[in-house]
Design a protein around this ligand. Structure first.
Ligand code: APR
Length: 331
């Protein structure tokens, strides 16, 4: 099998890149180690910046988002028993959009299926080869049989634990990492959001965040020591702790209910540079991890994909003559 671009990973970065390349007439295959159901079932980010929304529209998957997303003109910060609202729209002309990553993934998967673009799920043992030359290849095992794909470029969209960054010679990459001495305990619940605006709380007991996925689904977090386990936190204890950390008006209004997902995320910052190794490019979590505030990981991944897709599209449009893909502008 031969293809122009092999994309490793069907997370938001890989699926969005696949869609942008497909619309530009570039042949790309996505290889994903998990099943489509598993990828869709992951509960992750849900706040989109304006640039991400524009990119999704350019990728042809903006219609449901525009119709269903909650538009937020700003955010709040609670501290000292009061709340400060910051009207980002008035200050910058831009808003934030609440639309779950699950929905973006579904829209991108549906668009890919409608276009007949190839995604190979449950590809085991994916390995990347020859990216320092002009003929890279990707190998994997599917249904017990070894497979190989020749390509012109490899996009490593395979997340922090993926195979692509791990394949780069250690002498060619620098990494910077910081692990924070606490984690975020997060719950998802089918209860109305604590407030209409997303707000962050600074409190001596620790940080808290009241966010949402829809008008009927809350996403809230409290900072906890890394030694805590999810089993230590009943839903009642979580709501009680959240009430203590936010402003009294909001605390009085909280509607509590059972969690439908509860987990503790350790917080880490990680950056790898460069993001290009010959014909292998890293994008999204494969190249950098940030603490989950404001869905920055998802929005950064979209930004990476913008530049990478522009670079590849320019390269193919110029008849592959300029030698190296490079993006022309930001977004
Ligand atoms: N082979 C094939 N696929 C792999 C491999 C591998 N060796 N390793 C990982 N993958 C797949 C994962 O199963 C996952 O589906 O790559 C995908 C990577 O997806 P994400 O981890 O979601 O990374 P990315 O697409 O960069 O996500 C961007 O969105 O919400 C966020 O937390 C997410 O910050 C991240 C952002």
């Amino acid at each position: 099998m031969r293809v122009q671009v092999a994309i490793i990973g069907a997370g938001p970065a890989g699926l969005l890149l696949g869609q942008l390349l497909h619309r530009a007439g570039i042949d790309a295959v996505i290889l994903e180690q998990r099943s489509a159901e598993y990828v869709l079932g992951r509960i992750r980010a849900g706040v989109l910046e304006e640039g991400t929304v524009e990119l999704l529209a350019r990728a042809g998957v903006g219609a449901r988002l525009r119709a269903e997303a909650l538009v937020h003109p700003g955010v709040g910060i609670a501290f000292g028993g009061a709340r400060l609202s910051i009207d980002l729209h008035a200050l910058t002309g831009k808003s934030m959009y609440v639309y779950g990553q699950t929905e973006i993934t579904r829209d991108l998967m549906d668009a890919r299926a409608a276009a007949g673009a190839r995604t190979i799920y449950e590809a085991e043992g994916v390995s990347v080869h020859g990216f320092d030359g002009s003929r890279p290849a990707v190998r994997w095992v599917k249904d017990g049989k070894p497979r190989e794909l020749e390509c012109e470029f490899i996009a490593g969209c395979d997340g922090y634990h993926g195979a692509c960054r791990a394949s780069v010679p250690g002498t060619t990459i620098r990494t910077y990492e910081r692990e924070y001495p606490f984690g975020w305990l997060g719950i998802l619940s089918d209860t109305p959001p604590v407030d209409r605006e997303i707000f962050y709380a600074s409190h001596e007991r620790g940080f808290a965040l009241c966010s949402m996925r829809s008008t009927t689904r809350s996403r809230c977090y409290v900072q906890v020591p890394l030694t805590d386990r999810v089993e230590d936190w009943s839903d009642e204890r979580f709501w009680e702790e959240l009430r203590r950390r936010i402003d009294p008006d909001a605390a009085a209004k909280i509607v509590t209910g059972p969690s439908i997902e509860k987990s503790i995320a350790p917080l880490r910052s990680f950056v790898a540079e460069p993001m290009r190794f010959g014909r292998l490019f890293l994008a999204g979590d494969a190249a950098h991890i940030v603490p989950p505030t404001g869905a920055k990981g998802l929005n950064l991944a979209a930004s990476d994909v913008h530049y990478l897709s522009e670079g590849l599209i320019n390269w193919y449009r110029s008849g592959s003559a300029s030698g190296t893909p490079s993006a022309s502008r930001g977004g």
